[in-house]
Design a protein around this ligand. Structure first.
Ligand SMILES: [Zn+2]
Length: 439
């Protein structure tokens, strides 16, 4: 649209709706105020002729505390009534050094205004117009509205100019003049984004003293998700356990045993500690159901009757097929509710509850989670493990969870290095049942 056409459309909109001119809400020195409130984040640009003074914001994740709390506010210069149309217009350009889709986040909100208006703008280095609209949810005096502008991602810089916050009163949204078709042409070189902060130095695990090494401490390898279709992926773990002469607990999702080939049942029997193997199999539920949409899991929100049935079925069918009694449970996603405690309290054959409910333990030994083997499900890094482990090296016990069916070679190598570290630190590898016999 040509400029004249925009001007005519705007004039017509005013005329037809009898809309009064918008009231500017930002004080003329808004940019200066923002910059002075948060100088770590905002650096003020020099005033630039007709263009209102802009400012530049930067962030460098991790090394810079503004990453989490990076925002700034500015008091408004005029009052606002309930349902007034608030309009933020701003020209923005951003440049990012790393990352595929860097973005800037611009928000408009009040200090107690639940309704949040936000827009994510790709940091492409080009100037863009951004407009955010919202209705005030109540009357407020000057000073209550806030503008938040912050860079939401690592190592990027953005530049803000022509900042305008206006109160359009009762005007309908459709009556606003369109934003110009062309991006603003403020010129100048785009701001230079900061470098990534140097990575934090790796956690070093210095050798423990003889006395510390000798302190009795027990660790359980809680390795989940044994089922008929993928149990062979645990073979290399078992070979490693044999090599190190240690044991582990494997969590079985029992339902797949019903139609499994006989090789699976043989494998379970052969590797069970009861039969001279390295593994204590524990109950990881009947079907491992986890519904991301409804948030109903096998042992959370599914109801007492369902939990009772799945608990009984998994315990009983496993015993029937393998001759092995499982004495421990760990639920799918480690999620549970009050019904889980009730259902478990009715099962004297279950003695240990891995990552269970410590406040309502159903008379079981609840073993808690402290540090992690995997930093994300199925992924292991020795360095990330060490960050969590360093604070727990002298704990009485640890239960560390992993998913060997998801490990790639790098994760498996990291797993082996972690086991070696724990052995060097004097930990004793045990299974859940050892806690039942020696609490
Ligand atoms: Zn699982």
């Amino acid at each position: 649209m040509e400029r004249n056409a925009i001007a005519i459309a705007w004039a017509l909109a005013f005329a037809s709706a009898a809309i009064s001119a918008p009231v500017p809400l930002l004080p003329p020195d808004a940019a200066e105020r923002i910059a002075s409130k948060n100088p770590r984040l905002f650096a003020l640009l020099a005033a630039d002729g007709e263009v209102p003074a802009g400012f530049v914001a930067r962030t460098a994740k991790a090394a810079d505390p503004v990453w989490h709390g990076g925002d700034s506010s500015v008091e408004t210069a005029a009052p606002v009534s309930k349902d007034d149309l608030l309009v933020l217009t701003v020209a923005v350009r951003g440049v990012a050094r790393y990352g595929a889709e860097p973005k800037i986040l611009v928000k408009l909100q009040g200090s107690d205004w639940a309704g949040l208006i936000r827009s994510e703008i790709p940091a492409t280095g080009e100037w863009r117009w951004v407009r955010l609209l919202g209705r005030a949810n109540k009357d407020r005096a000057a000073g209550e509205l806030r503008l938040h502008v912050y860079p939401a991602y690592c190592c990027q810089t953005f530049e803000v100019r022509a900042l305008k916050l206006e109160n359009w009163g009762a005007a309908p949204k459709e009556s606003l003049p369109p934003l110009p078709d062309v991006p603003p042409a403020f010129g100048g070189e785009p701001p230079v984004p900061p470098d990534a902060p140097p990575p934090p130095p790796p956690v070093t695990l210095s050798p423990l003293s003889e006395a510390d090494r000798a302190r009795p401490r027990r660790v359980v390898l809680k390795l989940d998700d044994i089922m008929a279709r993928s149990y062979r992926r645990y073979d290399r773990v078992i070979r490693f356990l044999e090599e190190k002469d240690i044991v582990a607990g494997f969590g079985v999702i029992v339902s797949s045993i019903e139609s499994a080939p006989p090789g699976y049942v043989d494998w379970l029997k052969r590797n069970a500690r009861e039969n001279g193997g390295r593994i204590e199999f524990w109950n990881h539920g009947w079907d491992h159901a986890m519904d991301g949409k409804t948030k109903i899991n096998e042992f959370k929100g599914s109801g007492l009757a369902h939990q009772r049935e799945n608990l009984a079925r998994s315990q009983d069918v496993f015993l029937e097929k393998t001759g092995l009694a499982m004495c421990a449970i760990g639920t799918a996603g480690n999620s549970w509710d009050a019904d889980t405690s009730t259902a478990l309290s009715e099962r004297p054959d279950v003695l240990v509850w891995l990552y269970g409910n410590p406040k309502d333990d159903a008379g079981k030994i609840v073993l808690r989670r402290t540090f992690n083997l995997e930093y994300a499900v199925g992924r292991i890094s020795f360095e990330k493990f060490a960050e969590g482990y360093v604070k727990h090296r002298l704990d009485d016990y640890a239960v560390i969870q992993g998913h060997p069916n998801m490990w790639n070679d790098a994760s498996f190598a990291a797993f082996k290095k972690i086991v070696d570290q724990l052995l060097a630190d004097g930990w004793m590898f045990v299974t859940p049942h050892d806690f039942a016999t020696t609490p």
